[in-house]
Design a protein around this ligand. Structure first.
Ligand code: HEM
Length: 502
């Protein structure tokens, strides 16, 4: 596999307890006589067991199953007219990066080939701090009000009573919250089961802002297109792979890199001026919509390559902490409410999952962090010595030069609980996607099949409501799904989900 070689171990140090005391025989516990009880003084044994008892940290609440690797970003085309970000300021400039790919709904040991969106996270170690892309392999998402996220996720995971995945709960949510339809169209096409992490694209989904110190800014969306091409499993192939090799994506990525077959992505930016955004057909802060590439063409600016496997999965990948709020000068979040909530949620979950000093873990440590105002806390490794922990008059701290930042958008309004309504516009891009599928032999047929084998296990009223949702995308599509799903209900040999009978 090209990773550890035997000679790496020839200078192995002497095995010790955690406090460094050399141990002669790690397999001999101290006891009274040969058959007597153990001794509490046997620090080696107690040290070993107590540490083992604490090996697990919480898995990510979503995106728990993943794989990652190191790589680099190279600027291929100039975008200094859009952003002052240091890592993009020169063609040819390279920045080191760490990537993690993941499924969303399954637990840490679940199958890589499951039908699910895929996470596409990258951390860039730039001269001006860590800049994270916490993207998915789809350009849109299921919702546009973040208050729906936790409950939406509950419906895609396990039922609280049966602890089973539950088709009724799954489709009940989606058919009651039909702004999800565009993402559902992606998820149930074969794009919902990518062949590998190397063969899929990445998308910011959200609108971000690229900014310049002169106060100008543009709205942007970022796209990473796989240089390996897009390759997907059919539903049957994905199911077969889930049992033949549940870690297929993980293995595929590791082996490709170990064999020197480095995966890469060409990186593009889609750009809108504030004036264009005002006139855009949909809100640019609506995560369920894409921007037409005809009207807002992709501008190439970089190449992203993965070229090194981690040495230690837990240290470097499990402990990696990505957040849309890890930004650098020249990049800002937009007012997209889902993005705004994510700015809070990720560092918050990292403090829970990894601890308050999660930024000090080597995989997360920025090149030049210096913040002596943040002190102490569990696992404070870098605690900034005698540097002042306040704005001292005696030992002044250097601050960034003030960047003239003119107000960008101006927000006015009354504080209100605003509930987005689903409207006809929500089905337009879903219909466009249905037509796009029509251009690939068999893709529409697979879509109908993929929905029907899943939906057939839902209770009747949920199935009916879901047919109604697909009808609104396209009458023909709705009809096909109804016919094939109902055929599968009696014939599939599957029972309706357990909750359907509770
Ligand atoms: C992971 C929350 C929407 C992409 C996570 C995690 C949380 C979370 C709590 C676990 C992070 C960890 O433990 O390290 C949310 C909330 C959302 C939302 C509250 C909406 C309100 C999205 C969207 C995208 C996305 C729209 C993509 C555009 C990801 C990715 C990961 C992730 C890629 C895995 C990060 C990794 O590899 O460690 N999300 N998420 N999420 N989320 Fe979201």
């Amino acid at each position: 596999m090209g990773h550890h070689k035997d000679e790496d171990f020839k200078d192995c140090p002497v095995y010790t307890t955690s406090n460094g005391c050399p141990v002669m025989n790690p397999q001999a516990s101290q006891r009274v006589g040969e058959n007597g009880p153990l001794l509490l003084q046997d620090f080696h044994l107690i040290d070993l067991l107590a540490h083992f008892d604490r090996e697990r940290i919480p898995e990510r609440v979503v995106h728990a199953k993943g794989a990652g690797a190191y790589g680099e970003f190279e600027v291929t085309d100039d975008i200094t007219d859009l952003t002052s970000a240091d890592m993009f300021n020169k063609v040819g400039k390279k920045t080191k990066a760490l990537a993690r790919f993941s499924t969303v709904g399954g637990e840490k040991g679940s199958a890589d080939s499951a039908r699910d969106p895929r996470g596409f996270s990258v951390k860039f170690y730039t001269e001006e701090g860590n800049y994270d892309w916490v993207f998915n392999n789809t350009p849109i998402f299921f919702l546009r009000d973040p208050a729906k996220f936790p409950v939406f996720i509950h419906t895609q995971k396990r039922h609280p009573q049966t602890n089973l995945k539950d088709a009724s709960m799954f489709w009940d949510y989606l058919s009651n919250n039909q702004e999800s339809i565009h993402q559902v169209m992606h998820l149930f096409s074969d794009r919902g089961t990518p062949y590998s992490y190397r063969h899929m694209n990445g998308y910011s989904g959200h609108t971000y802002k690229f900014t310049k110190p002169d106060g100008t800014f543009h709205y942007v969306q970022i796209h990473l297109k796989s240089d390996q091409g897009n390759k997907t499993f059919t539903n049957d192939q994905a199911n077969e792979m889930a049992s033949a090799n549940p870690d297929h994506h993980t293995q595929d990525l590791f082996e490709a890199i170990a064999n020197g077959d480095f995966p890469s992505w060409t990186v593009y930016v889609q750009v809108m001026t504030p004036e264009q955004a005002e006139k855009f057909k949909y809100s640019i802060f609506d995560l369920t919509k894409t921007w037409s590439q005809r009207e807002y063409p992709l501008r190439r600016f970089g190449k992203f390559t993965l070229n090194r496997n981690p040495e230690n999965y837990f240290a470097e990948i499990e402990q990696a902490a990505f957040a849309p709020s890890h930004l650098v000068p020249g990049v800002e979040p937009s007012a997209d409410p889902v993005l705004q909530s994510r700015l809070f949620s990720y560092p918050d979950t990292h403090r829970h999952r990894l601890g308050v000093n999660y930024q000090q873990i080597p995989a997360n440590r920025p090149l030049h962090a210096f913040n002596p105002f943040q002190r102490d806390g569990q696992m404070a490794i870098e605690n900034y010595g005698a540097n002042p922990n306040y704005q001292s008059s005696f030992r002044p701290i250097t601050y960034a030069k003030v960047v003239p930042h003119e107000a960008h958008e101006k927000w006015v309004g009354t504080a209100t609980n605003f509930a987005f309504r689903v409207n006809d516009g929500d089905y337009e891009q879903a219909n466009d996607l249905w037509n796009v599928l029509g251009r690939t032999e068999g893709a529409q047929k697979n879509f109908v099949h993929n929905v029907s084998v899943h939906l057939c296990a839902a209770r009747k009223e949920v199935r009916e409501k879901t047919y109604g949702m697909f009808d609104k995308v396209n009458k023909d599509l709705g009809e096909k799904i109804r016919t094939e799903t109902e055929k599968n209900v009696p014939n599939s040999g599957k029972v309706e989900s357990v909750s359907a009978r509770l």
